[in-house]
Design a protein around this ligand. Structure first.
Ligand code: IDP
Ligand code: MG
Length: 140
């Protein structure tokens, strides 16, 4: 199994409600290492570019309004099979459908305000890490 890196975000709803600590605890207690971290209040151009793949979806505007309404905590996670493992910890996109104990079940309020983000594959992870951590190097 490969060591992977993935991009994780505590979205504005999770930051507003004081869930950063619980989310980091879930990361650290599940053998994922935080390799980079920053708090960013996304501008519209940053959010538009990050979610460009969704720009034709009906929910795009609502998603961008949400993601730009307050700061997010953005992290690079690393570990064995990190991409799938982080998505498993997050749970399904819709908190109502997310498994018991997942972060979205615990902290998500709606399909838009679902507390956390995770890359969905290796290509996406590369793009998303470069988007928020330009120049990020593996050679630490
Ligand atoms: P994911 O975050 O589980 O990968 P995506 O389909 O990539 O889900 O959607 C990106 C984000 O857009 C979701 O996390 C959520 O915040 C929002 N979103 C997705 N689907 C809907 C929807 O049907 N209505 C409203 N917002 C949505
Ligand atoms: Mg996605």
């Amino acid at each position: 199994m490969a060591i992977e890196r993935t991009l994780a975000i505590c979205k504005p709803d999770a930051v507003e409600r004081g869930h950063i600590g619980e989310i980091i605890r879930a990361i650290e207690s599940n053998q994922l290492k935080i390799r980079a971290m920053r708090m960013v209040h996304l501008t519209r151009p940053m959010a538009d570019g990050f979610y460009a793949v969704h720009r034709d979806r009906a929910f795009f505007r609502e998603l961008i309004d949400f993601m730009t309404r307050g700061p997010s905590v953005i992290m690079v996670l690393e570990g064995e099979n990190a991409i799938a493992r982080w998505r498993e910890l997050m749970g399904a996109t819709d908190p109502a459908k997310a498994a018991e104990g997942t972060l979205r079940k615990r902290f998500g309020a709606s399909i838009t305000e679902n507390a956390v983000h995770g890359s969905d594959g290796p290509e996406t992870a590369r793009f998303e890490i470069a988007w928020f951590f330009p120049g990020y190097e593996v050679g630490y």
